[in-house]
Design a protein around this ligand. Sequence first.
Ligand SMILES: [Zn+2]
Length: 203
Amino acid sequence: MSDDGLQNLIKRLGKLPGLGPRSAQRAALALIKNKEQTMLPLAQALHEVAHRYRPCVQCNNLTELDKCTICNDPRRDARRLCIVEDVSDLWAMERAGVFQGRYFVLGGCLNIMDGRGPSELGIDKLVSYVTSISTSEDMCEIILATSATVEGQTTAHYIAERLAGLTITLSRLAHGVPVGGELNYLDDGTLALAMKARTPLTK
Ligand SMILES: [Zn+2]
């Protein structure tokens, strides 16, 4: 490998989330030192995933087929759709096992400064998907599960405006005290939201 090739590898590794220039250098050297056990299997795995996986035509989840296993599963509740920012959010929801409906993966949230507008996020695709199933499959609820950040909230409001004409209940995930959390460690914003979203105690 020429120096240029090595620098190119370090530069590309450094663009990965959570890796800066120094950790990219460490990762590159570790790969080279363990060529047989680490580098070549990693190259093989990258090659396989790059060629086999693509976004689901319906929901943007990753899939080897045109439609992902969730969209293809007749046991999933087609009347409920959960909108998430990324596939990792979909995985988190599935790990928790708390949702039996279908998803739509936006691929991020709105950020005009970073060049992520409605068309980059596929919000038009979402609107046409929702419009088509809301007439044929009696859709009743859309859950906007975007982040509790300014960008996440803006994205949720924008989607709610785009879907305003449809007779579907729009809901958001509740924000508040995390399980196992202590009140004096919460920031003021979280505490205020938790107070606002308080629920009656069931007897
Ligand atoms: Zn899908």
